[in-house]
Design a protein. Structure first.
Length: 523
């Protein structure tokens, strides 16, 4: 189906409105901008909702802490802790701190694949994994422009900027949109629709909630390049770019599945869920706890209350003042016949540091563990009794289990999009590459401690539980079988050559003096 033709088409589609609203909420936590968070949870500004000022359950149900209005005349003093952004960044690093290893059966295909998937692709995957963690998933699409690069490449699209279509859990079409212009009630949108065998492009001029009319693409720099794109076919004001028959030039990678909150929305059941799903109230509480501590700090400044008579008199009718450096002084009026009124009093309010830090620490731990990570992955240490190294490893393994759960979505999606990339390279750019689905392997995310690895290999070798080949493979995981075999031969040569078969070895040098199978030496 080509681009929408109904000028009254709601955009984004109404059936997905709850989805985009939730993605916008997660995006606010990911971005970590106080203004954005305040706007997300209080959309009635500048007017305050009366329910937000109520106490008890009614008031609490009507607001989040970030949605509490700032009283008129006061400045907002709310502190945001970017834990949500840290979670997304940690997820991406667990997956793509090192680029995945791509293997193809055809050597020429492997060589071309390495040329297409360069450091830029690694950066794209790292960014895609980070936004997928925050926004429930990410899209990868194939793009090309001979004026920019002499080859196709992979680009990401955030979950909140596309309308997917699934059948039996498989992505069948994808419509990506971007706002080109917004003025009052007029919005200009650029739509890019991926279907099997074709990519449609069109520009619509409509309203805030309706798509509007299809207009000429040449009026905006972001779309004028379509006029000179090689191979484009025009259908009125819509541009069609042929791709690969029966092949979609985009894939969707869910963060983790299944979805918890969109199970009743048919168009969204395959979108997966964000790492923030279910922890938003705790993120809100974490910011409230830290802001409360900072409030204690501000209000906890020592004050010296002194009678106004002790302050500097500026003259008749001008009152009294004190040096700005003496900011701890606070004057108060006294009764003339009260001798005690001339006393000074030092006041130092309590700053509840330990209480606030315990609350913040527990909230942080609950957030990261509910999101599927170990607290140790975020530098948190257990404050209780000492634990064994095995227990430490078990706790850290929560992050690796979560990583594996994401890899099962990433591996097939990468294999599919990389095969499509090779197809576009062969069809559009005329290369002789033979497309195939490459094998995608995710390596270790952290560097191995050389000393620890050496001890492990030595113990296995002493127990006779590991071969020389496997020891070399462990030490050099990036080597192929030929390189490993050469190194094994070198090791054996340095150790004295061929080892005798223990079933036939009788002592002495084989075939030489000391071998019982040989006659004794002549005297």
């Amino acid at each position: 189906m080509p681009l929408p033709s109904d000028t009254r088409q709601a955009w984004p589609p109404r059936d997905l409105a709850p989805v985009y609203a939730k993605i916008d909420e997660w995006t606010a936590w990911y971005a970590g901008q106080p203004d954005q968070l305040a706007h997300t949870y209080d959309r009635s500004k500048p007017r305050d909702r009366p329910a937000q000022y109520r106490g008890g359950m009614v008031g609490r149900a009507a607001r989040w802490w970030w949605g509490e209005p700032t009283p008129e005349g006061e400045r907002r003093a709310k502190l945001h802790i970017p834990l949500a952004a840290d979670i997304a960044q940690t997820s991406a690093r667990l997956l793509f701190s090192e680029p995945p290893t791509l293997t193809a059966k055809n050597k020429d295909t492997k060589k071309r694949l390495d040329e297409l998937v360069d450091d830029g692709a690694h950066a794209t995957l790292l960014g895609a994994a980070e936004t997928a963690s925050a926004k429930s998933g990410t899209y990868l699409r194939i793009v090309w422009d001979r004026n920019l690069r002499p080859r196709p490449w992979i680009a990401r699209v955030d979950a909140g900027q596309a309308v997917p279509e699934f059948r039996w859990g498989v992505l069948t079409a994808l419509t990506i949109w971007k706002e080109l212009e917004r003025s009052n009630n007029t919005v200009v949108r650029y739509l890019e629709r991926h279907e099997q065998g074709v990519i449609w492009h069109g520009v619509y001029k409509g309203t805030l909630d309706q798509l509007g009319d299809l207009v000429d693409v040449s009026g905006w720099p972001d779309t004028s390049w379509l006029k000179t794109l090689e191979g484009v076919q025009w259908r009125g004001r819509a541009a069609a770019v042929p791709t690969i028959q029966g092949r979609l030039t985009a894939v969707y990678v869910p963060n983790v599945t299944p979805t918890r909150i969109w199970a009743n929305i048919p168009a969204a059941v395959d979108l997966g869920r964000s790492d923030y799903d279910g922890v938003e109230p705790m993120l809100d509480g974490l910011d409230e706890a830290w802001s409360s501590l900072m409030r204690d700090l501000r209000l906890g400044v020592a004050r010296l209350y002194v009678p106004e008579e002790y302050l500097v008199n500026l003259g008749a009718g001008k009152g009294a003042a004190f040096d700005a450096a003496k900011e701890i002084l606070v004057g108060f009026k006294t009764l003339g016949d009260d001798d005690r009124g001339l006393n000074m009093e030092m006041v130092q309010p309590d700053i509840r540091v330990e209480q606030h830090l315990r609350i913040a620490d527990q909230l942080t731990r609950n957030i990261v563990e509910t999101a599927g990570y170990s607290a140790e992955s975020f530098g948190m240490k257990d404050g209780g009794q000492a634990i064994t190294a095995t227990e430490v490893g078990a706790r850290r393994s929560e992050s690796w289990v979560g990583r594996d759960a994401k890899i099962i979505h990433w591996r097939p999606a990468l294999g599919e999009i990389l095969e499509t990339l090779l197809m576009i390279d062969a069809t559009v750019f005329g290369t002789s590459v033979t497309p195939e689905v490459p094998q995608v392997d995710f390596g270790d995310t952290v560097s191995v401690d050389p000393e620890k690895q050496a001890r492990t290999l030595a113990l296995l070798d002493g127990a006779g539980a590991i071969s020389t080949w496997l020891k070399v493979k462990t030490q050099h995981p990036d080597w192929d079988d030929t390189q490993i075999a050469v190194e094994v031969d070198r090791i054996r040569a340095e150790r004295g050559g061929q080892v005798e078969d223990p079933d036939t070895f009788t002592g002495g040098n084989p075939g030489g003096q000391g071998d019982p199978a040989q006659p004794p030496p002549e005297e």
